[in-house]
Design a protein around this ligand. Structure first.
Ligand code: PLP
Length: 411
């Protein structure tokens, strides 16, 4: 952890007990890396993984559009200056109101055959023809083999079987497709293969629906390293492969734009969660460090503790984004002690699930010291149950490249 972050945490700890701090420099590094490696695509920032306004603003300022997962994310993206053709709204279970409110503000991606009908009806009421995307559950799996049942999207075959009905709808025009099959993948070859499969899917869609496409949204999936042994995705290699695929594709489909969703890649490594030692005690020979907020401050380490202690040994891919892998977070004690001690880290909630580590050897801590957790940029604050015990919500801060610290939630 860089000195600049440590200093900022110590300074802010005078004001807050529990807070997130997002490092603007890291966000700029990761977004630049994406842009440098993938020359032929436009990136859509997956707002859901970190929707704090100054984080989102920083990413959008790099020329990224929005991968919005709710009406509120559409409205936030609009508020931050994105145009309709820069906001892509994809999520299962949109209500009629979600659809009505986002028509004209975002490109809606239908997640089911029912949704296509609702969008058509809403567009008819507004007297427009809505250009929409469809999320497809393709006839291939991320890890190979055939397609599998999913709550996301419309099965490829089902979509093609309904081509005539879709064609008869007067107030929608399908102009794009979206697929997202898997998250947090670190195997570059698997992502490459997925991209290859996607371009084959485009051929099938254009042929079976007899349409041309304005956009193909390849979704997300590019992971970030959490544990020390995790290897970074080779984004350079991935970019070269995708650039080549895009070049070939553009020979035939000149006007089709290719999108990639950032997922957690843009901001995942930028975030730190800091909390304060509020009590220290021993019980039957064990030392307990009580922190200002753990499960109700940064839920993922507490979930990891439960899973690793009681549930499974294997990496369960379906548990993303609540659980990723063992040793996903570093714990850094900010004090000058040169001694270490074995401690159990827990929070103040009245549940014994509010423990994040047992018998871990860390620098000796005392009341008032700060403990920092890494990898807290994505799916961190947003998935944390803040209302538990009505304790104060962690503050959201951002360390700017000029050294100043701002509130990440206020423009
Ligand atoms: C459609 C879509 N895009 C992007 C993401 C987010 O990215 P990540 O792959 O980092 O979870 C998800 C997450 O589930 C998703 O469903």
């Amino acid at each position: 952890m860089e000195k600049s972050i440590q200093n900022a945490v110590l300074e802010q700890s005078k004001k807050y007990n529990s807070f997130y701090i997002y490092d603007e420099k890291t966000i700029l590094d990761y977004t630049k890396r994406l842009k440098d490696c993938f020359k032929e695509v436009k990136f859509l920032y997956s707002v859901k993984n970190n929707p704090y306004i100054n984080v989102v603003k920083t990413v959008f300022a790099q020329g990224f559009g929005a991968d919005a997962a709710s009406l509120n994310e559409v409205l936030l993206s609009e508020k931050l200056g994105l145009k309709e053709n820069e906001i892509y709204y994809s999520a299962p279970g949109k209500t009629e109101n979600d659809i009505k409110e986002s028509l004209g503000k975002a490109v809606i991606t239908a997640d089911s055959l029912n949704e296509i009908e609702i969008i058509n009806k809403s567009a008819e009421e507004k007297g427009i023809v809505a250009q929409i995307g469809v999320r497809i559950n393709p006839d291939f799996g991320f890890f190979g083999g055939k397609g599998a049942p999913s709550k996301f999207g419309i099965d490829e075959k089902q979509l093609f079987d309904n081509a005539e009905r879709i064609k008869s709808l007067q107030n929608i025009k399908i102009t794009g497709i979206h697929v997202h099959l898997h998250s947090q993948e670190l195997n570059t070859e698997l992502i490459k293969k997925y991209h290859d499969n996607m371009f084959d899917l485009v051929e099938r869609v254009c042929k079976n629906l007899d349409i041309s496409l304005d956009f193909v949204n390849l979704g997300s999936g590019i992971g970030i390293p959490y544990a020390k042994n995790d290897k970074e995705v080779d984004v350079k290699l991935l970019g070269e492969n995708l650039n080549e695929l895009c070049h070939k594709f553009k020979e035939k489909y000149k006007n089709t734009h290719i999108f990639v969703e950032t997922g957690r890649y843009a901001v995942g490594k930028s975030g730190y969660y800091a909390c304060k030692v509020v009590d220290k005690k021993t019980s039957y020979g064990k030392t307990f460090i009580i922190l200002s907020s753990t499960l109700n401050g940064f839920v993922r380490p507490a979930v990891a503790h439960i899973i690793e202690k009681y549930a499974v040994d294997e990496f369960p891919a379906e548990s993303e984004p609540f659980y990723t892998c063992k040793n996903a977070f570093d714990y850094i004690v900010l004090n000058n002690s040169d001694k270490t001690e074995k401690v159990t880290l827990c929070g103040s909630l009245c549940t014994s699930t509010d423990i994040i580590e047992e018998d871990i050897e860390l620098k000796e801590m005392n009341i008032g010291d700060m403990l920092v957790m890494t990898n807290a940029g994505s799916y961190a604050s947003v998935i944390t149950p803040y209302q538990f015990a009505s304790l104060p919500k962690a503050a959201q801060l951002m360390l700017k490249t000029d050294g100043s610290v701002i509130n990440a939630e206020e423009l």
